[in-house]
Design a protein around this ligand. Structure first.
Ligand code: ADP
Length: 267
């Protein structure tokens, strides 16, 4: 039996392989001791770790685990998924929207980190809590799905008021920039505020990604990370914004397990 484990800032992602079968599971990073207890039940298992909490997890488990650098592991995992999906890409950007967001360029077998942004899943949770007092992840994202950010965000078309716009009118000119224009007539619900928070994260992540895509002449942006889980709104914002800006988004099912799968493949 083999375990590939990506112990990240918010979630621990586990890929278990046995007799050619692959199983995925995840725990909160605050439950690292629970993961260690699980591994103690399989002292003979081969274990591959990656992620910021890998060394701490190693200190809790009986196996002498293989460890890899998280960016290398994630790249290996993405390549494995793309191969299995029969969607090989030669020159692309991948954007990992985890607690924070990390952006990478891939050409052939070479991966380099192209940048990142502090806007990501952690910001959705933190800003979401500040705006609404809601700390439960799934409650937060379910609520956001019912929200409407039209009265909160200022679009290019709002500024041009029917005049011809030099860039697409649907582009956001200023996230949260419409609030002072609408505040006297609109009641913003918790759902609306959360939708706007997800909007700013999605658009920031996309903007930084497509700048990298343009710089490296890449057509595709591959998006992974647990921030897209139970969060169709974020998926929608990122997908639509990537297309609107002229690039091709690609979401990998179970892509949040790329680091865990990749460290296993590198072992
Ligand atoms: P990391 O490796 O930094 O932990 P992930 O790719 O696992 O990153 O993404 C973490 C983000 O996933 C969180 O910030 C949150 O937005 C989102 N998320 C998805 N499911 C959950 C969950 N059950 N609990 C908490 N956060 C979750």
């Amino acid at each position: 039996m083999k375990f590939g484990i990506d112990a990240g800032g918010t979630l621990i992602k586990i890929v278990k392989e046995e007799n050619g079968e692959r199983a995925f599971s995840k725990y909160l990073s605050t439950e690292v001791e629970k993961v260690a207890e699980l591994l103690k039940e399989y002292p003979d298992a081969e274990v591959a770790l990656t992620g910021g909490k890998a060394t701490y997890l190693q200190s809790l488990i009986p196996q002498n685990a293989f460890q890899s650098i998280e960016f290398d592991a994630t790249f290996k995992g993405i390549q494995t998924f793309l191969q299995q999906l029969n969607h090989p890409l030669e020159n692309y950007i991948f954007t990992n929207v985890g607690t924070g967001t990390s952006i990478h360029h891939v050409k052939g077998e070479v991966q380099v980190r192209a940048g990142g942004t502090g806007a990501g899943g952690g910001m959705i949770q933190g800003l979401g809590f500040l705006l609404t007092g809601e700390a439960d992840y799934e409650t937060l994202t379910a609520l956001a799905a019912q929200g409407d950010r039209d009265d909160i965000d200022l679009k290019v078309k709002h500024i041009y008021k029917g005049d011809k716009t030099p860039i697409p009118g649907e582009l956001t000119a200023a996230n949260f920039g419409r609030v002072l224009h609408t505040k006297d007539t609109v009641q913003y619900t918790a759902a609306d505020k959360l939708a706007a928070a997800i909007g700013v994260v999605g658009e920031t992540v996309t903007t930084v990604s497509i700048h990298a895509a343009r710089e490296f002449g890449a057509e595709y942006v591959v998006y992974i990370g647990s921030s897209f889980l139970h969060n169709e709104l974020l998926q929608k914002v990122v997908m639509n914004y990537t297309v609107l800006r002229g690039f091709k988004p690609f979401f990998i099912e179970n892509g949040e397990y790329s680091g865990a799968l990749g460290t296993l493949r590198l072992m």
